[in-house]
Design a protein. Structure first.
Length: 68
């Protein structure tokens, strides 16, 4: 089961992951808020820590807009 994580603050991300994990999720996809920057990396760390070693945690980065 997969959970989409939308919280912005790392501590909120951890709480959201823990709640989803309690519902049986083992795959977590974080919506990017910083295009893969430092905040996203902090959020990924919080999610990995909360999810545990057996979970899959990914960052969903939106595709860049085409150049015109």
């Amino acid at each position: 089961m997969e959970a989409i994580i939308t919280s912005v603050r790392p501590d909120d991300v951890a709480r959201e992951v823990e709640a989803a994990k309690a519902r049986g999720c083992s795959n977590f996809v974080l919506r990017s808020v910083d295009r893969g920057g430092m905040l996203d990396r902090e959020r990924l760390g919080a999610a990995h820590y909360a999810a545990g070693i057996q979970a899959v945690v990914e960052l969903e980065v939106a595709a860049a807009a085409p150049l015109r």
